[in-house]
Design a binder for this molecule. Structure first.
Ligand code: DQA
Length: 146
């Protein structure tokens, strides 16, 4: 069975409580449940993780080299700062999809640039938490055709 890693960066543990006018009221556990149901339907294994630590996210991407067929990542604010996460993703061979709950392009200019987009095969932004489900669906398509 092919496994997909869904990786979440800093502050996403507060989803549902943090700035709900921007990020909505659903929690990360709700997002995980929705993605898990979809992954099951597509016959994909899923590991869903969150960390506030950049090194932990990098370690999971390294682990994905052996353990995952694809990566879906919402790097949170590391999106805009982390060359180290970009380098780790460049060492991963499968498809990478980037997710942002909010439309980062409609927000402050420092959110307009993404290091991760230099590697991502697709980007979802501004679809709310539904973006994760849409990315999971897209990942299933990419893995089927790859
Ligand atoms: C985010 C957008 C980032 O700019 C922000 O730092 C986040 C969440 C999003 O999902 O919309 O933490 O990645």
């Amino acid at each position: 069975m092919q496994t997909v890693f869904i990786l979440n960066g800093p502050n996403l543990n507060l989803l549902g409580k943090r700035q709900p006018e921007i990020y909505g009221r659903e929690t990360l556990a709700d997002v995980e449940a929705a993605c898990r149901e979809l992954a099951d339907n597509f016959g994909l294994g899923l590991r869903f993780m969150q960390s506030n630590a950049e090194h932990q996210i990098i370690d999971w991407i390294h682990e994905a080299r052996e353990a995952a067929a694809g990566i879906i990542i919402n790097p949170g604010a590391f999106t805009h700062t982390s060359i180290a996460i970009l380098d780790a993703l460049n060492a991963f061979e499968g498809p990478v999809l980037e997710v942002h709950i909010s439309n980062v392009h409609k927000r402050e200019s420092f959110r307009h640039h993404s290091y991760v987009s230099l590697r991502a095969d697709g980007v979802m932004a501004g679809f709310g938490v539904e973006g994760y489900a849409l990315a999971t669906r897209r990942m299933a398509t990419l893995l089927r055709s790859g």
